[in-house]
Design a protein around this ligand. Structure first.
Ligand code: UD1
Length: 312
């Protein structure tokens, strides 16, 4: 019987959490529909009890939650532009799926759900850094959908007593992130292109900044969120980030050193729904979870480039 369920286990973040749990000798079940996840991401996770299924189906959610104590809910259509192109699909796979999962978790007696929230919930407010008591201001359908999931978490804690913890991720990157889709995270795209000698495109002037967070930091925050005492963390939402930011132009320059790419980037108009600057206040994560970033941006980027260089 699995102790942990990881949804989106064939996705970049889900597979990384599952791998960390397995490395600790935990019993893990994973579920993925392969809409965004990849079979290749399951290599190395053979000890995981894997279900191919879609959380939009309540019966599948019930099967996935059976006997589980703690859920890491990572499954989502994680992309702002994808949600702009098809907001209904994002709603279905981020909101309906999350509600189905919560209903099933409660019915199965799951103790805690740790939810992958998104920094996009803060929107384009000029205040930096973003701290948790700021009013949310989602500007893309994706941000709305991820924020709805947060509210469902809190409601299930208040109304049904299910323990929930929301981690608001800030631009996560690292090994296993899919670099091939138009909807991929920028660092995955840039690593692949620059290693292949292809010109990357910067949308906007490149002076937009992000709190790019290496995957190990996010896995670490998840493990802490699963283990922290309920009276401290249940019903809470905390940022999972590094607390520092860098512009795309500067990131491009570092990547040029790391990849050996010698060209310039192409510049194209800014993307719809894009936000200008993003930076997390990570003090609350420190207070509630004892979280501190364990890998800094440059080291994370170095490891990521090496991973893509090895051919994924
Ligand atoms: C947003 C959310 C993040 C979420 C992610 C899911 C914010 C602050 N963050 O990230 O929480 O998990 O969506 O996808 O809203 N870019 C280029 N060239 C490219 C690709 C992207 O210049 O080839 C630019 C984008 O226009 C953007 C930046 O790089 O300004 C980062 O883009 P991306 O990696 O897609 O993430 P966000 O949209 O910041």
């Amino acid at each position: 019987m699995a102790t942990y369920l990881v949804t989106g286990a064939a996705g970049f973040i889900g597979r990384s959490i599952a791998a960390a749990l397995l490395a600790r000798g935990e019993r893990v079940r994973g579920i993925d529909s392969f809409i965004a996840g990849k079979h290749a991401n399951l290599v190395g996770l053979e000890a995981m009890d894997f279900i191919e299924g879609d959380l939009t189906d309540p019966a599948t959610c019930a099967r996935a939650c059976e006997g589980v104590e703690i859920v890491f809910h990572e499954a989502a259509l994680a992309s702002v532009p994808r949600s702009v192109a098809d907001p209904a699909a994002t709603n279905l796979h981020c909101v309906t799926a999350t509600l189905n999962l919560l209903v099933a978790a409660r019915a199965a007696g799951v103790r805690r759900v740790v939810y992958a929230g998104s920094s996009s919930a803060y929107g384009d407010t000029p205040t930096l850094p973003k701290h948790e008591d700021m009013l949310p201001n989602p500007i893309s359908p994706y941000a709305v959908a991820k924020l709805a999931g947060e509210h469902y978490m809190r409601a299930f804690t208040r109304v049904y007593g299910l323990e929930t913890v929301v981690l608001r991720y800030f631009n996560v990157f690292g090994p296993y992130q899919d670099p091939t889709s138009h909807y991929s995270g920028v660092l995955a795209i840039f690593c692949r292109k620059m290693l292949a000698g292809e010109q990357p495109t910067i949308y906007g002037d490149g002076e937009q900044s992000r709190d790019f967070t290496y995957i190990d930091n996010v896995v670490h925050a998840n493990l802490l969120a699963a283990a922290a005492p309920a009276e401290k963390v249940s019903g809470q939402m905390v940022n999972a980030a590094t607390g520092s930011r860098i512009t795309l132009n500067e990131t491009f320059r570092i990547l040029r050193e790391l990849t050996g790419y010698t060209g310039e980037p192409a510049y194209a108009p800014a993307r719809a729904g894009d936000i200008r600057d993003s930076l997390a206040d990570i003090r609350l994560a420190g207070e509630l979870l004892g979280y501190r970033p364990i890998v800094d941006f440059r080291e994370g980027l170095r490891r990521t480039v090496e991973w893509y260089r090895q051919g994924e």
